[in-house]
Design a protein around this ligand. Structure first.
Ligand code: 13P
Ligand code: SF4
Length: 314
């Protein structure tokens, strides 16, 4: 029986009861509110969540994350019910790459192999040869034939980092995440002066200048592992602060610091991820809506590059 600190037991009880009743699995991303992470059956990064979605035996998948993640779960499970607590939980990066514009971009590079970051719509996935996440992007790019030019979309910051790590040159789509672009270099420098022994760790969606100041770069799961493996006791974490919940749970004696956005705003929290709440989760389990629906042909097309990713990932 899952419990959540500080929340009405009635709501938690209701969620536990209905998920049993309808044989639902609750998957949550690390950027969800701590109380959602606490009640989830599994918390992970995009790759781990895709793997879980691909292998679950549950009849209903409730995806506490953003739309492209729930969409991926549906593409992998066309016959299952896939729910998302708030249908408006989108992604600025995905929105910056509309399918029609992407088709136009691709048509200008007809000989290119198309690699898309999982943070894109099903319609963009359907136009891609391979999907990647921040956790496997470098490894997958390195596996591609050296004489084949590559389009990488939609995140240019991740793309530039992958270029450096893999030594491959990529034709980049000009998109970025509004949350990771909001981190302030000034705030980071101030924190580092305050905590000179802290290790700076970052998600590759951050801009180049911030990545250059980091000693470790990786997906949310890799950042979490780093905080366990590193001898450092203090960490400045350059990504959405939802991940700090698991870091603090797993390493209660270490100190984790989030980095504010420009002008000290709290825009380091993903406004889309944070639309999901415990109340909306309970409602969604009860009513079995909002449900992710995708047209059959689109599922068939988008499944190909996702399955290729899962096959090629170690
Ligand atoms: P991860 O795959 O590292 O969890 O990243 C997801 C994401 O949306 C980052 O902004
Ligand atoms: Fe999209 Fe950025 Fe939010 Fe990740 S943090 S879901 S990339 S808007």
């Amino acid at each position: 029986m899952k419990t959540v600190q500080g929340k009405t037991p009635a709501l938690v009880k209701e969620i536990n009861l209905i998920r049993e009743e309808i044989n639902a699995v609750i998957l949550a991303h690390y950027y969800q509110d701590p109380e959602i992470q606490d009640i989830a059956d599994f918390v992970g990064d995009s790759l781990e969540l895709s793997r879980k979605a691909a292998t679950t035996t549950a009849e209903v998948i409730v995806f506490c994350g953003v739309h492209f993640m729930a969409e991926t779960a549906k593409i992998l499970n066309p016959h299952k019910t896939v729910l998302i607590p708030d249908m408006d939980a989108g992604c600025s990066l995905s929105d910056e790459c509309p399918a029609e514009d992407f088709a136009n971009f691709r048509s200008k590079h007809p000989d290119h192999f198309v690699v898309s970051y999982i943070n894109c719509s099903a319609a963009v996935k359907a136009q891609s040869d391979l999907i990647c996440t921040s956790s496997n992007a470098v490894d997958l790019i390195k596996q591609l034939p050296e004489d084949r030019p590559i389009i990488f979309a939609p995140d240019k910051n991740l793309g530039k980092w992958v270029e450096k790590q893999s030594g491959r040159s990529l034709t980049l789509w000009d998109g970025s995440c509004s949350v990771h672009e909001a981190f302030s270099e000034e705030a980071l420098i101030k924190l580092k002066i305050q905590y000179p022994n802290a290790e700076i760790i970052a998600h590759p969606e951050c801009q180049e200048n911030l990545l250059a100041m980091s000693t470790f770069i990786g997906s949310t799961s890799k950042l979490l592992s780093r905080t366990k493996e590193s001898k450092s006791r203090e960490f400045i974490v350059l990504t959405e602060p939802g991940i700090l919940h698991q870091m603090r749970l797993e390493q209660p004696n270490k100190i984790f610091l989030e980095v504010p956005g420009v002008d000290g705003c709290s825009c380091n929290e993903c406004p889309y991820m944070r639309l999901n709440t415990l109340e909306k989760l309970a409602r969604c389990l009860k009513l079995k809506e909002p449900e992710i629906i995708i047209e059959k042909n689109l599922i068939t097309q988008a499944l190909i590059p996702i399955e290729r990713m899962l096959e090629m990932s170690t």
